[in-house]
Ligand binder design. Structure first.
Ligand code: OGA
Ligand code: NI
Length: 181
């Protein structure tokens, strides 16, 4: 776990820097704000679910971070939205999956879009995945470097709190639309 975390932490920093540079922003923003103490690794286990094909392993969502690096085993079940349709992400033991999260979308003023994804269950086989979330400290203010900005400036703390409140009250995450200017 420690080795995996160290390796993907380095990869996440490199990818974030490259993506930022692509949109004309060269800085050490990610190195300064996304620290090993603020990023985290989540290990998911999806037990077999024979009862109902409509039961999700994970509900449709976008990740509330800058970017996510995901490793999935050979079972499969991860799906993502492209052009309004759900597509299965074919398992490849040699590959890592990189998802853009909400914070990168806000920070890049919608140049990069966070991807809707979900996990469907398998009736017979259990599944494992490991996700590394590139997150800033709670006090970090997320603000686009383009004008006019699509989203209001918000701290990661406020964003997380809003997501939690919405899930509690509405049963679902609203996400970035809450922070439109
Ligand atoms: C997540 C996630 C996908 C998977 O943890 O946010 O989307 O394949 N995981 O487990
Ligand atoms: Ni996710």
């Amino acid at each position: 776990m420690e080795q995996f975390a160290t390796t993907v932490a380095d990869l996440a920093q490199k990818l974030a820097a490259i993506l930022a540079e692509q949109v004309g922003f060269k800085s050490n923003f990610f190195q300064e704000n996304c620290l090993s103490s603020t990023c985290y690794l989540r290990m998911n286990r999806y037990p077999p679910c024979p009862t109902h094909p409509e039961v999700f392993g994970l509900m449709p969502h976008t990740d509330s971070d800058f970017l996510t690096i995901l490793y999935q085993d050979e079972v499969g079940g991860l799906q993502l939205v492209k052009d309004g349709k759900w597509f299965a992400v074919k398992p490849n033991p040699e590959a890592l999956i990189v998802n853009i999260g909400d914070l990168f979308q806000a920070w890049s003023n919608d140049v990069y879009k966070s991807v809707q994804h979900r996990v469907v269950t398998n009736p017979r086989v259990e599944r494992f995945s490991t996700a590394y979330f590139l997150c800033p400290s709670y006090d970090t203010e997320i603000q686009s470097f383009y004008e006019p900005s699509v989203y209001k400036k918000f701290s990661f703390r406020v964003y997380r709190q809003q997501v939690q409140d919405d899930v509690k009250k509405l049963g679902r995450k609203v996400g970035l639309p809450r922070f439109l200017v």
